[in-house]
Write a protein that binds this ligand. Structure first.
Ligand SMILES: Cc1cc2nc3c(=O)[nH]c(=O)nc-3n(C[C@H](O)[C@H](O)[C@H](O)COP(=O)(O)OP(=O)(O)OC[C@H]3O[C@@H](n4cnc5c(N)ncnc54)[C@H](O)[C@@H]3O)c2cc1C
Length: 300
């Protein structure tokens, strides 16, 4: 059997939206319908599943090279085939390379002048087609690939998203919305998003509107941790609070999270954000003796 070959195809940068200058952007890339391989135009098929990530080659400001990096897709393949949307933040890590580049004027300039970024596809010679690469199709504790339609539509899912950790869950929401949240099924998706400032709220109004349109199936809890307007009617401060951390006795207070979602032990909990925050959430659940029906997470 021939193994699919990996190829990088230029995807046009069709939209750049800055949420927080220098910190956070939404980027949309469009792959062509076909791409020529060995002199033959081959169709590009997009069957990425909600919650999965694509592989691209952005520029690294530190290494001055194009680097392979993974980005979770925030829109859906069936509604926007070959149009890949993601949200990217500057990590501010000492050796950060590509994440600050996404925030530069260089990206905006490339967008204005029809520039592109290479995106990985798999070339399956036996089927004469290219398929958009996705990092995983497996539903397991270390991925956020959404469960099959017959499963999620009857699950109560609580998703905790820190900052750009909202990306997989935006894909969930869009996918679920396109299927009327499973119609009469009893499932519910609750999205808790924690960001520092109002500028960093992503798709805020659309999510509020959706929660009003489908209250039986979807709720949205935005939480601001550093600054909020006077009339802010939603959550404030950290949803998972570390009370003592002297290296020996860490106590985690989950009360703000439980206030937003009192029935965590009857829910499937999902988390996307940084690794220390995930560890704190897991410890907090343990200490509060809250055992969700399932727990799955991805950390970057
Ligand atoms: C499945 C997946 C999905 C993702 N989705 C998104 C997304 O939607 N949005 C988003 O903003 N980011 C996402 N990321 C993260 C993204 O791919 C980049 O890793 C991130 O933007 C940092 O890139 P960078 O080039 O700036 O830094 P990197 O060069 O990746 O380095 C970041 C830090 O890690 C350290 N480091 C790197 N490699 C190693 C190593 N091998 N060993 C030890 N330390 C190392 C570096 O020193 C540096 O401090 C995702 C990652 C994965 C794996």
């Amino acid at each position: 059997m021939t193994r699919p070959r990996e190829l990088f195809v230029p995807a046009r940068i069709i939209h750049v939206e800055t949420y927080d200058p220098g910190e956070m952007r939404k980027v949309t890339l469009a792959l062509p319908e076909t791409y020529e391989v060995d002199g033959r135009p081959l169709p590009i098929r997009d069957c990425m599943h909600p919650g999965s990530a694509f592989l691209a080659k952005p520029f690294g400001v530190r290494t001055r090279k194009y680097r392979r990096r993974m980005y979770t897709r925030s829109n859906c393949a069936d509604e926007n085939p070959r149009v890949l949307e993601t949200i990217i933040n500057d990590t501010h890590k000492e050796k950060a390379d590509t994440s600050p580049w996404w925030q530069t004027d260089d990206l905006v300039q490339r967008c204005r002048t029809g520039g592109s970024i290479d995106v990985c596809v798999s070339y399956d010679e036996t089927r004469s087609e290219l398929v958009v690469y996705q990092n995983s199709r497996t539903v397991d504790p270390t991925t956020l690939v959404l469960e099959e339609d017959h499963e999620w539509c009857s699950m109560r899912i609580v998703a905790v998203a820190l900052s750009t950790g909202i990306t997989p869950f935006l894909a969930y929401v869009r996918y679920m919305q396109s299927r009327a949240f499973g119609g009469t099924a009893e499932g519910h998706f609750s999205l808790i998003v924690s960001v520092k400032t109002p500028r960093q709220l992503m798709e805020h109004q659309a999510l509020l509107d959706l929660s009003r349109e489908f209250p039986q199936h979807f709720s949205y809890h935005p939480v601001l941790t550093r600054e909020w307007p006077e009339n802010w009617a939603h959550g404030k401060g950290r949803i998972v609070q570390v009370l003592t951390d002297d290296g020996r006795d860490t106590r985690v207070n989950l009360a703000p999270l439980v206030e937003l979602e009192p029935n965590l032990s009857q829910c499937h909990v999902r988390f996307c954000g940084n690794a220390p925050a995930k560890d704190q959430l897991v410890l907090g659940l343990e200490q509060a003796q809250l055992v969700p029906l399932s727990f799955r997470s991805e950390t970057w």
